[in-house]
Write a protein that binds this ligand. Structure first.
Ligand SMILES: Cc1cc2nc3c(=O)[nH]c(=O)nc-3n(C[C@H](O)[C@H](O)[C@H](O)COP(=O)(O)O)c2cc1C
Length: 341
């Protein structure tokens, strides 16, 4: 598949998984074979039960079109989005580039998605598989900074009632000005307003914020303090980095591993177990997942690792995690969370 255009392969894969999501027998059979079923891998976070720690990061299922197909391949959760209040085409193509030797990807997709109402319609459809679905929201490109809070609130109103957890994404590099919203003066009113919406749903939707790896260490601490102050449920770290010498866009995959782990360690040192930390960035194999859990992550996500690891990537890692849990004579994988922190 690597010989074909990266975005064409992406759309083909989404379409195939969307079809799989509509086939009751096929998806159940695959799910039975590939989804994590070992009770020792179960994790509870912010009141939600996850069958295993490894989920698919945001950016693959941008329109919430194929979450069941993804879960059938063995992911413990699926974060859909980024979804914006209004549909938008994203940046001109080409906007997705593989760096095969580096095991990395550069993207400047720019939140191409059909908008919150279209995603909500799909999320309302009854599901045939038990899938944990997080919903990641961002700012519509044409909305100026002054309208950002209202724009996020519009998405949150539509999507929070349908999400197992909600993520405020202020860290993608491909929407001009978006990452400036990570500054505490701008982030406080934004998170407060979205939290009010999330708190108002029937089951109080857990709320997390997703941050960039390019924040200075002091700013990572400031966001962590703010998340505690506002009573958020967790932090997802990290998004892609703009610190690289290639095509314009955000870099993901192996070169991001070190900084992503560093941000996780910093967050854990700051907040301990008072927030759920979700670690993402450069996760390639079972050793990476194990290391993130030890460093204090409760959940781990990957995207680029899946591109290079093949369709059964998540299922394989969950199986290897099961074996490792047994080898260490643990009754639950949760026993290792934060052990090296
Ligand atoms: C093609 C592509 C599109 C992405 N789109 C989004 C997005 O819409 N929203 C978001 O929060 N993160 C997005 N990301 C970032 C990933 O969710 C993840 O944070 C990042 O890629 C680091 O993880 P990885 O090294 O496992 O890929 C995207 C990543 C890629 C490769």
């Amino acid at each position: 598949m690597r010989r074909f255009d990266a975005e064409a392969v992406h759309h083909l894969t989404v379409r195939a998984l969307a079809v799989l999501s509509t086939l009751p027998l096929a998806k159940r059979l695959l799910h039975r074979r590939l989804a994590p079923r070992d009770p020792a891998l179960r994790i509870s976070a912010f009141g939600v039960h996850f069958p295993g720690p490894l989920g698919l990061a945001a950016g693959f299922d941008k329109d919430a079109a194929c979450a069941e197909g993804i879960a059938a391949l063995g992911f413990g959760h699926v974060e859909v989005g980024t979804i914006t209040a209004h549909g938008q085409p994203g940046n001109p193509r080409p906007r997705l580039f593989r760096l095969v030797r580096e095991r990395a990807v550069i993207n400047r997709m720019g939140f191409n998605n059909e908008g919150a109402a279209a995603a909500a319609r799909r999320l309302r459809r009854p599901r045939g598989l038990p899938v944990v679905v997080g919903v990641n929201i961002g700012k519509t490109k044409v909305v100026p900074e002054a309208g950002a809070v209202a724009d996020y609130v519009e998405s949150a109103k539509e999507l929070a009632p349908l999400a197992d957890y909600l993520v405020v994404n202020v860290s993608s590099p491909n929407t001009p000005g978006l990452r400036d919203l990570q500054a505490v003066e701008l982030l406080r009113p934004l998170l407060s307003a979205v939290k009010e919406v999330a708190d108002g749903t029937a089951r109080r939707t857990p709320l997390l914020v997703k941050i960039a790896p390019d924040l200075a260490d002091d700013d990572v601490d400031a966001v962590a303090d703010l998340a505690l102050e506002l009573g958020l449920d967790g932090i997802i770290a990290t998004n892609t980095t703009i610190r690289h010498g290639g095509e314009t866009g955000g870099l993901s995959g192996r070169p991001l591993k070190e900084r992503s782990l560093e941000v996780l360690r910093r967050l854990r040192a700051r907040v301990g177990d008072r927030l759920t930390l979700v670690s993402v960035g450069g996760v390639e194999d079972v050793d990476d997942v194990w290391e993130r859990l030890l460093a204090g992550a409760t959940l781990v996500q990957g995207y680029t690792g899946w591109i290079y690891g093949g369709p059964l990537w998540a299922s394989r890692i969950h199986r290897q995690l099961s074996r490792r849990v047994r080898r260490h004579r643990l009754t639950s994988i949760t026993e290792i969370i934060g052990r090296t922190a």
